[in-house]
Every structure is written in structure tokens, then in C-alpha cells.
Design a binder for this molecule. Structure first.
Ligand code: GLU
Length: 447
């Protein structure tokens, strides 16, 4: 297999699908050498099959807004790969959602889910519906209309959606309510991220952020460093950033910045529990405005419009917002500001130039598919609880999550250790996930 040949073919076939092409290129570059040591993969055309989703559903979603006006959006579900388990992955509601974005996310999800050690295939879905400025009733009506189409494509042993950007516990509740009505059965295993009183796993809301910090701790430990006392800059203020703020603070780090599309809030003394709780209010308001934090806590927080979290002096950067949110220039600014570690929590949060810069300038870097896998791993634990009709305590879930993140880190070290002893976490994560999926595909024959 030659990455350049496959990429040339995909570029001609899917022009303009930039996020998808970027995600595929990163994985193929990482695995090329290992892949070519396995002629049986080449013979079965594993890579050619793996880069194509199994299927994509596209559907119209029509709903009525608060003014009584009819609105139309497009809904999608990309079922990417089911070699190691049923399709699994979140739903993203964001105005910029396109098939390319969901293909990249579904592709990434396939390898991420393989890394969790749990039997889950890869999928992603969502809509170009923009939650910003929408009322609670509008969100509910949209979710119901979306599920009216989606329910035929999903099932607890078939495809299990969850949340992602723009889809949290509230949206999962509305989606499940409609699913239950349509399917006429109380089958909680069809969605994860549910409320804890009706089949949801304790700690699922915190899991992505907690898992990211457990992974970061492992990375620092391996490098002989300690997170205690480190200054951490975080982008975003949604569910993932919220969980990361809680765990980073609990581990003795100081979160000195959070950001939003409007700018950055600098918090020199570190974020407090009260401020962390307020992030939930900000998320539920659908205003998408980080300045609300400095309006609420003016003495502790300084807002600067148009700036990113990466402009603030820190030791560790945790991108927790959106793909390609951290550019090469941002990486350079981080280094100039003293940053020496970046753990990507958002999916493909760093642009290729930024990753290259980190890796060639002695800055520790780990990719999203390893760092943020705690979210979907805890979804997998939720599926186990639903299938066995039991509920674990927070401590049990946390211990299992911690164990899974340790194991993901170990897989990265196993496949990513370079001849000079350094660890290439990008390679490590990609090869570990790829080998598992490729082997399963090979064993299941040409389908
Ligand atoms: N959207 C999350 C992710 O990117 C979670 C998916 C899930 O829980 O299924 O991994």
C-alpha cells in the first residue's frame, strides 16, 4: 500500500471533503510501514475497504420553530465500520455539519473505539441544525423530528448513537423519548449518555474530560513529570471542557484559561468549583459565549475578545472544542508562552502543521483518538450495564474508566516507541487501533 496512491484516488473521488481526507491521510501515513509487513492485508484490500464507510443515511428533518415557521435541516448517520462490534458514535448538531465532517469523525471513531478494548464499531451522525439561540422547546421539537427518521437505522445491537458537539444529556433525553414511542419498547441500550435515573451511567457526563486527564497523567508520568501545580489552558466550555476542568483541578493543576468562539477568559488564580458549575449554565443557555463567565465572575476572570486559549501562558494545552481549532501558528505561540505538552481532547483538534511543530520541537503531543476515548469507553460501560439490567456506582465506573485509559496509554507506548526511545503517540494510537480492526476484517472474510 502506498499512502500517496490511495490519497490521490480518494482526492479525485471525494474532492472538497477536506476533513475526511485529512483524517485518512494521518492514519495511513502512520500505519503504512506496519501494513506493508502484512501481505495478507494487501491481498484482502483491507485499507481500500476500511477508508469507505459501510453506509451513509441522509434524511430531511422538518420541524416548526417558536414563531410557527417551518424549518428544514438535513440529518445523517454514517455507519463506518462494524468489524469489532455494533456501530457506535455520537451525534453532532452544528451549523457546519457536512457529510465530510461526519465521515472524518466516523473514521476516527472506528480506531478510537478499537483502542478502548471494548467491542464497538465506528459511526457518527448529526445535522446541520444550529442549536445557538434556540429555545428549549425548539431543541425538543428538532430532536423529535430527527428521531422520526433515525430510529429505523439504529438499535442496541446494530448502531448506538450518543452525544457530541451540540448534543448533551438534554438532547439524548428528547431523542430517547421519541425513540421509545416509535419503537414501542423500553430498550435503553439504543442510546448512551442517558439520564442516570433511566439507564444512564453515572459519570458518563464527566467521562471524556476525566479520561483525558487520566491519559495526560500517564503521559506525564512516563516523562517523569507531575501534573500537580501545572498551569492548564483549555479551549471550549462544553461538556468535555467541563469534565477536564473538574479533574485537572482535582489533580492539583490550575486551569488558567477557557475559551469560546467569542474569545478567551483568563483565570490567573485557576478556575473554581463555582465557575466550573457555571459552565453548565452557559452550555444550557445556547448562547455559545464564553464572555458570560467573566460577566458572572469579573474579579477572577479577564475576557479578551477574538483571542484563543493558546495566547495564555501555560504548561499544558488541552484543546476541547472542535476539529482543526489549533493551527501551526497557535502551536508556535504556545511554545513561546512556555507550553511543553499538548493533549488533544477534541477530535482532530490540531491541524497537521501544529502536530508536526509539536513533534519537532520537543513538545509532548497525544492525539484525540487516544486522549478522548474515555467518553465512548464509558458509553461502552453504559451499554454493558443496560444489557445486564444493572447499575454500577460512580466509584466502579471511575475505576473501570481509569483502567481503560491506562490500557490505551500502554497500547500507544507499545506501538509508538521509536528507536531513540521517544514515544510517537500519533503512530502508537493509529497502529494499535488499525491492527485490531484490520485483523477482525481479515478474519471475517471479503464482505
Ligand atoms: N462523541 C463522543 C466521541 O467523539 C462519544 C461517542 C459515544 O459515546 O458514542 O467519542
Amino acid at each position: 500500500m502506498k499512502t500517496t496512491d490511495i490519497m490521490a484516488r480518494l482526492r479525485a473521488k471525494y474532492p472538497g471533503e477536506n476533513e475526511y481526507l485529512q483524517a485518512v491521510q494521518e492514519v495511513l501515513e502512520s500505519v503504512e510501514d506496519v501494513y506493508n509487513q502484512h501481505p495478507e492485508f494487501e491481498q484482502a484490500k483491507i485499507v481500500e475497504r476500511m477508508v469507505e464507510p459501510d453506509r451513509i443515511f441522509t434524511f430531511r428533518v422538518t420541524w416548526v420553530d417558536d414563531k410557527g415557521e417551518v424549518q428544514t435541516n438535513t440529518g445523517y448517520r454514517v455507519q463506518f465500520n462494524s468489524a469489532i462490534g455494533p456501530y457506535k458514535g455520537g451525534l453532532r448538531f452544528h451549523k457546519a455539519v457536512t457529510p465530510s465532517m461526519l465521515k472524518f469523525l466516523g473514521f476516527e471513531q472506528t480506531f478510537k473505539n478499537a483502542l478502548t478494548t471494548l467491542p464497538m464499531g465506528g459511526a457518527k451522525g448529526g445535522s446541520d441544525f444550529d442549536p445557538v439561540g434556540k429555545s428549549n422547546d425548539e431543541i425538543m421539537r428538532f430532536c423529535q423530528a430527527f428521531m422520526l427518521e433515525l430510529w429505523q437505522c439504529i438499535g442496541p445491537d446494530q448502531d448506538i448513537p450518543a452525544g457530541d458537539v451540540g448534543v448533551g444529556g438534554r438532547e439524548i433525553g428528547y431523542l430517547y423519548g421519541m425513540y421509545k414511542k416509535l419503537a414501542r419498547e423500553y430498550n435503553t441500550g439504543v442510546l448512551t449518555g442517558k439520564g442516570s435515573t433511566w439507564g444512564g451511567s453515572i459519570l458518563r457526563p464527566e467521562a471524556t474530560g476525566f479520561g483525558a486527564l487520566y491519559f495526560t497523567q500517564n503521559l506525564l508520568h512516563k516523562a517523569g513529570k507531575d501534573i500537580k501545580g501545572c498551569k492548564v489552558a483549555i479551549s471550549g466550555f462544553g461538556n468535555v471542557a467541563w469534565g477536564a476542568c473538574i479533574k485537572a483541578t482535582e489533580l492539583g493543576a490550575k486551569v488558567v484559561a477557557i475559551s469560546g468562539p467569542d474569545g478567551v477568559c483568563e483565570i490567573p488564580d485557576g478556575i473554581t468549583r463555582e465557575m466550573i458549575d457555571y459552565m453548565l449554565v452557559m452550555r444550557a443557555s445556547n448562547r455559545n459565549r464564553v464572555q458570560d463567565m467573566s460577566d458572572k465572575f469579573p474579579a477572577a476572570c479577564k475576557f479578551t475578545a477574538g483571542k484563543k486559549a493558546w495566547s495564555v501562558k501555560c504548561d499544558i494545552a488541552l484543546p476541547c472544542a472542535f476539529q482543526n481549532e489549533l493551527s501551526e501558528d497557535d502551536a508556535k505561540e504556545l511554545k513561546a508562552n512556555g507550553c511543553w505538552c499538548c493533549c488533544e481532547v477534541s477530535n482532530m483538534g490540531c491541524q497537521p502543521g501544529a502536530i508536526h511543530f509539536f513533534q519537532h520541537n520537543g513538545i509532548f503531543f497525544a492525539p484525540g483518538k487516544a486522549v478522548n476515548a474515555g467518553g465512548v469507553a464509558t458509553s461502552g460501560l453504559e451499554m454493558t450495564q443496560n444489557a445486564s439490567h444493572i447499575s454500577w456506582s460512580g466509584a466502579e465506573v471511575d475505576a473501570k474508566l481509569h483502567f481503560i485509559m491506562d490500557s490505551i496509554h500502554e497500547q500507544c507506548v507499545k506501538y509508538g516507541t521509536q528507536p531513540d526511545g521517544t514515544i510517537d503517540y500519533v503512530k502508537g494510537a493509529n497502529i494499535a487501533g488499525f491492527m485490531k480492526v484490520a485483523t477482525a476484517m481479515l478474519e471475517q472474510g471479503t464482505i
